[in-house]
Design a protein around this ligand. Structure first.
Ligand SMILES: [Zn+2]
Length: 299
């Protein structure tokens, strides 16, 4: 699932392809937006805010500047191809949600989780609730820590995933940051010994991966060795050999998967049956223990 680093790279790629160019054709395949016509508008910039993408479009013909907002959610992506090239076959046509055509490049939004078109002045209604953007220019560690600790009883993993606390963290960085600080994801944030270190670590991990396509937290680029616990349930912990566990974390109906090593990360944990489970939204693997997912291990 795309997290802040992936979204930031996507914004850069879209910005490089589209900024300064006029849209010749737009095609938004989304309820309420199907009749919107962005042709003639110049793309000013494409930026990320946490896990949100904002494509800002210039005013035209007396109409105000607009922002095309998208969110990748579980499996969305944007890709760029040369205008006029036949990109069919690369992605399923039924998954296409947005097409933005310029003279040189065409951007295609595929399986997007959200798509909105709003006046740029109203962007705040879409992203104003977000906490400090871990990869943003205005990163504010002190404010992120303040928000993290706002509810002392809240499980630290749940708080890290809350975009109102920190914008850009998903289940991968949450799991890896908890592992690297030796915290069970279910530890109440009020009992985290050094929350400043945790916030700094999350910032460092996302930054370290912002410029590359692999997500690495171990420093080891070999396949299967790149991260400690995320999506490794049923496999031995890379540090101690104990079987990595997975369970759901978060409020009802908003649960996410949390992977952890019970030995390296002592502390509260839900009882579970120890069955391996693929992360939510992941495609089933053909081989390997994570395939045996037959149901979530509920607390
Ligand atoms: Zn371990």
């Amino acid at each position: 699932m795309p997290e802040g680093d992936v979204v930031r790279r996507t914004a850069r790629r879209l910005h490089a392809a589209l900024a300064g160019r006029d849209l010749l054709v737009s095609d938004l395949r989304w309820p309420d937006l199907a009749t919107a016509d962005l042709s003639g508008r110049r793309v000013l910039e494409v930026v990320s805010a946490g896990k949100h993408l904002l494509a800002r479009l210039a005013a035209t013909g007396g109409e105000e500047p607009l922002t095309l907002h998208s969110h990748l959610r579980m499996e969305g992506s944007w890709y760029v191809e040369r205008s006029g090239s036949d990109g069919r076959g690369r992605r399923s046509a039924s998954g296409v949600r947005a097409v933005l055509v310029t003279d040189a490049w065409t951007a295609v939004g595929h399986r997007l989780g959200m798509l909105d078109l709003v006046p740029t002045a109203a962007e705040v209604h879409l992203v104003g609730h977000l906490g400090p953007d871990v990869l943003g220019p205005g990163w504010d560690a002190a404010e992120a820590q303040r928000r993290l600790l706002a509810d002392p009883a809240r499980p630290v993993g749940e708080a890290l995933l809350d975009q109102r606390v920190l914008a850009g963290v998903g289940t991968f960085y949450m799991a890896e940051a908890c592992f690297l600080t030796g915290l069970s994801p279910w530890t109440p944030v009020g009992e985290v010994p050094d929350p400043g270190r945790l916030v700094a670590l999350v910032h460092r991990l996302l930054h370290a991966n912002a410029e590359r396509t692999e997500q690495v937290t171990t420093g080891d680029l070999r396949r299967g060795r790149r991260n400690f616990v995320h999506a490794r349930s049923g496999l031995p912990c890379l540090r101690c050999g104990t079987t990595v566990r997975v369970a759901l974390i978060g409020p009802p109906s908003k649960e996410r998967t949390a992977f952890s090593c019970p030995r390296c990360q002592p502390g509260p944990a839900p009882t579970d049956d120890g069955r391996p489970q693929a992360p939510l939204g992941a495609r089933p693997r053909r081989t390997g223990p994570a395939r045996a997912a037959s149901g979530p291990a509920r607390p």
